[in-house]
Design a protein around this ligand. Structure first.
Ligand SMILES: [Zn+2]
Length: 972
């Protein structure tokens, strides 16, 4: 029989029937609570989705085997725009989406019509995703499943928001938010194409004037206003003359809508082509100098106001544009600008930076050999100049009162002063534009008035979040800083909108809580939903008082229960189940959720729960590539998860996504890898079948173990230790590689070494086989649970391997001497093969000469000395010559010490420690025990002598080159 999908299904049924993943409080066992971000049911899952969930499952399974009472629940996130937008696209007959659903995901075409209703879509994909999770074998407690639009869950979220409001964490006001002008809704990362978080920045608009007309130039570097040589406008764009808050502005047509969304009063009075404005003069408000308006194609009318100030000394883009324009004076003739005029426009250096000339932009452009405005290297040049100026630059004398001010400080001061003097204002803009809403409309910034916000900007709250982060385990640790930065820069977040599915704000019912705000503490809800369902509680019974009692221990159970007509016992059970499983031990998600969901989770827990119930660990992972390429519909390389499971099997898919990358790296899936994983599973399967046939189940032995047996068992302990350390850090790839390949390599060597055994050894060898496969199966069980269950059963294991214990390294089986013995045999074999390969001769007889006793004594002495410091041959000799026996062969000893000094000085400390422990090794005995093995491997007669054995056959005097651990070899 071979390993098959049928076997996987068999075990899934058995698990379900035995309810082994249904976790209830058990005071006799330590608990471990793992959750993973619940999915939006807006499409079927593909292989890429499998990674985060599989990692969480592997983690849960591992902890279960480590003796914990593990809870891994799952729910579905109906709230927010992901489901809504997808249903809308179907309703709008989006051809691309329909083609994906029909061709990639094989959804029946006639089904699509129903799915254009958001609720129908959510229900459909909910079931689809759930089936996939079962088919891949996740150890989920399905009794706790819920959706975010269940009325009971709504009550829970209402309670959460009341808590936030009572704690002063909710504010109402006007703040800039990412915005979809078509939907009229704020947009966050989960609402945009490609899951991009809209980054809002504040531009300074410096008012360059032409009489009463204002040209508001948008800049992120207001301090460079002193170096402005000209204004850039795009000659091919349309500009408008508009009354903005009482002033006459010239701005791009595209910026009008943006300014309106930023709460400015805008009235367009005329349109004017960009080219008509070129050649005019405006006045720099900071220096009162008159400057020219010049044409530039790189000016993007969609970015801020479409009016750009030019600082060629400090902005590489401006520098290159100005140089280019000077080279083609003819183009300027059309605008009536004479060549002499343009020649007189010279960069004005106004920041002094060590290591740069007066014109830093020119230095960078020359260094990077940039010629054209379209050169992508301009971006690097800009960053480089800015970095140096920001950190080391000071303003020059031509900046007046700012002279000597560091750039980092001048930036804010100049901006503040200009605004105060009415010479500038500000404008919010997306720094990472264009960002598109899921409805394909480009997002903008809106000052959202009278909106409800969660105020992540509160300093006291940030302090709490930092405190939680400091105590928390972050896997991998390298992401800690990123979390810390996110905590620092988070500010007010719009938490509600007017449309969609979800929970209404309890105090202002026209608002619906959005999806990154209703998903921050739901891990707590999993602990009680089981009771809500089993006792058919009504949403109305779940009052704030009830939740206060369950989650915060407030009030008296009996009184509270009576008030809502609830069995006191049920309320007490909910409270005790919550306190049993909380705090959350590990939260899993992809790393893209660091800047929002995961950090929101930290914040919200610290706002609502006491410190001992704050989450303890966050584990994040990278994504999945498909044969080295990003998985994308446009590449047509998406494999739906369930299709992958049918094609390759659950264990091979799990192994593939887990074994090709450590946490943060991108895993690389390919059918070839999945097939090779399948082969490995089958090989193991075959091996165990044969082992069972040959030796039966669980054979122990009274036969004595030989050095090679002890070697294998000793190596096994090392592999167990390494795999355990790796799993503790969720370095699953490392663990799989150690257990699958490292251990296998040793095991194959063992089989090779014991292939020629006498019948008397049969049971001892079978015993070792059992020990190895037993540990290997248990260590693979978290990743390949189905195959391991089957193997476990074949091997006569008790119960489910999923509930068995993870192997513990047995120190008493660690045998360094056996390991060093075996290292000797392996290296002698390798040396011999190298010689025969080099000479090309077929050997008939092989002679090994092991080092004489005095060499061992000398070598051990040198080894001990080398433990503390590097040894010098001279000192070593001096010590040895104190011994009369050594003095008698002083010349030989001297020659030998020269040979070994370097070797020892280079040897790794770890190895030295082992050798010092073993001391003298009986090499002759070790080689003699392996004589049959050598003869079979080398197809020649093997003879073993001591180097100084008078009887030895040694026609070429090879014996004398023997060193401890390195016998001399002679071949005939
Ligand atoms: Zn939209």
């Amino acid at each position: 029989m071979e390993f098959s999908r049928k076997i996987e299904e068999k075990w899934q049924k058995k698990w379900e029937k035995a309810k082994i993943f249904e976790a209830d409080p058990d005071p006799s066992k330590p608990k471990y609570y793992v959750t993973v971000a619940y999915p939006y049911p807006n499409s079927p899952q593909h292989i890429g989705h499998g990674r985060t969930y599989t990692l969480a499952d592997v983690h849960a399974r591992y902890m279960r085997m480590r003796g914990y009472n593990v809870l891994l629940p799952m729910a579905f996130h109906y709230t927010g725009t992901p489901v809504l937008a997808m249903a809308k696209r179907l309703a709008d007959n989006d051809k691309g989406l329909i083609s994906d659903f029909v061709n990639v995901y094989k959804i029946p075409r006639e089904k699509l019509k129903d799915l254009s209703d958001p609720m129908a879509m959510a229900r459909y994909f909910h079931q689809e995703i759930k089936n996939g999770m079962k088919e891949i074998g996740y150890s989920i407690d399905w009794r706790r499943e819920f959706t975010t639009i269940d009325p009971h869950y709504n009550r829970f979220i209402e309670w959460q928001f009341q808590k936030l409001r009572q704690g002063g964490y909710i504010s109402r006001g006007s703040h800039p938010v990412g915005w979809c002008p078509k939907d009229g809704n704020p947009v966050g990362q989960h609402d945009t194409v490609g899951d991009v978080e809209p980054e809002i920045g504040e531009f300074t608009l410096i008012k360059f004037r032409q009489d009463s007309l204002v040209y508001p130039a948008a800049t992120l570097r207001p301090e460079t206003v002193f170096g402005v040589t000209n204004i850039w406008l795009n000659p091919n764009s349309t500009y408008v003359r508009a009354n903005v808050d009482g002033e006459q502005w010239i701005i791009s047509q595209e910026s009008v809508e943006k300014l309106v969304h930023l709460s400015r009063k805008v009235k367009v009075t005329a349109t004017v082509e960009g080219k008509m404005l070129i050649g005019k003069h405006v006045e720099n408000p900071a220096t009162n100098t008159s400057i020219l308006i010049l044409p530039a194609d790189f000016v993007d009318p969609k970015n801020a106001t479409g009016v750009v100030m030019s600082v060629p000394a400090h902005a590489p883009y401006d520098y290159v544009a100005l140089e280019n324009i000077k080279k083609t004076p003819n183009k300027l003739k059309d605008y009536g600008i004479p060549a002499e005029t343009i020649d007189s426009v010279k960069p004005i250096g106004m920041i002094e930076v060590p290591g740069y000339s007066e014109i830093p932009a020119a230095d960078a452009v020359k260094k990077m050999k940039i010629q054209e405005q379209t050169d992508p290297k301009l971006e690097d040049a800009t960053k480089e100049v800015y970095r140096h100026e920001y950190h080391n630059g000071r303003l020059r004398r031509n900046t007046g009162k700012y002279c000597g001010t560091p750039v980092a400080e001048a930036k804010d001061r100049v901006k503040k002063d200009l605004i105060q003097d009415g010479k500038a204002t500000t404008m919010y803009e997306l720094l990472n534009r264009p960002v598109f809403c899921r409805c394909k409309t480009e997002c903008i910034v809106k000052i959202f008035e009278d909106q409800w916000f969660i105020d992540y900007g509160k300093p006291e709250w940030k302090a709490l979040a930092h405190r939680n982060l400091d105590k928390m385990e972050i896997l991998p640790e390298e992401l800690r800083q990123e979390f810390s930065n996110v905590i620092d820069w988070l500010h007010e977040k719009a938490c509600a909108r007017k449309s969609g599915m979800g929970t209404r704000l309890p105090w202002d019912k026209e608002w619906i809580i959005e999806s990154l705000s209703d998903s921050t503490i739901y891990m707590a809800y999993y602990t009680i939903v089981k009771h809500i369902k089993a006792n058919r509680l009504q949403p109305g019974q779940l009052t704030d008082e009830v939740f206060d009692h369950i989650f915060l221990g407030k009030g008296e159970a009996k009184k509270i229960a009576e008030k809502v007509n609830l069995d006191t016992k049920v309320l007490e059970q909910m409270r005790s189940e919550f306190t049993y499983f909380y705090p959350l031990d590990s939260r899993h998600s992809g790393r893209d959720l660091v800047p929002n969901h995961l950090t929101f989770m930290i914040f919200n827990h610290t706002a609502i729960f006491p410190e001992d119930l704050w989450p303890r660990q966050i584990a994040t992972n990278g994504s999945v590539m498909m044969e080295g390429a990003k998985m994308s519909k446009s590449f047509g390389n998406i494999i739906p998860l369930r299709e992958g499971l049918t094609k390759f099997g659950a264990d091979p898919v799990r192994l593939s996504v887990m074994s090709t990358a450590e946490l943060l790296q991108d895993a690389d899936f390919s059918p070839t890898i999945a097939k090779s994983m399948r082969d490995r599973v089958e090989r193991l399967y075959k091996f165990v079948s044969e082992l069972m046939k040959a030796s039966g189940k669980r054979r122990t032995t009274s036969q004595p173990l030989t050095a090679i047996d002890r070697w294998m068992l000793s190596r096994l302990q090392e592999h167990i230790k390494k795999a355990t350390e790796a799993m503790d850090k969720l370095a699953v790839r490392k663990a799989i590689h150690g257990v699958m390949y490292g251990l296998d390599q040793d095991f194959q060597w063992y089989q090779r070494r014991t292939a020629q055994h006498s019948g008397k050894r049969k049971l001892a060898i079978a015993h070792v086989h059992h020990q190895v496969t037993d540990a290997q199966v248990r260590m693979l069980a978290p990743v390949a649970p189905h195959a391991c269950e089957e193997l476990w059963e074949m091997m006569g294991g008790e119960g489910f391997v999923s509930l068995s214990s993870w192997p513990i390294p047995d120190e008493s089986k660690v045998d360094i001497r056996a390991e060093e013995n075996e290292a000797l045999i392996a290296s002698v074999l390798e040396d011999t093969l190298n010689i025969t390969k080099a000479t090309g001769a077929t050997p008939k007889k092989i002679f090994y000469y092991v080092a004489a006793r005095w060499k061992w004594q000398t070598w051990l002495k040198a080894l001990e000395k080398s433990m503390s410091a590097k040894i010098a041959q001279k000192d070593l000799m001096k010590e040895l010559m104190a011994n009369a026996e050594m003095r008698a062969k002083a010349e030989k000893v001297s020659k030998f010490t020269v040979q070994i000094t370097d070797d020892l000085n280079r040897m790794a400390e770890e190895r030295k420690k082992r050798l010092v422990q073993i001391k003298l090794m009986d090499e002759a005995q070790a080689l003699k025990e392996a004589k049959n093995f050598f003869e079979k491997e080398l197809s020649a007669e093997v003879n073993i002598y001591d180097e100084e054995d008078a009887e030895r056959y040694d026609p070429r005097s090879r014996a004398q080159v023997a060193k401890p651990g390195r016998p001399a070899i002679f071949i005939e």
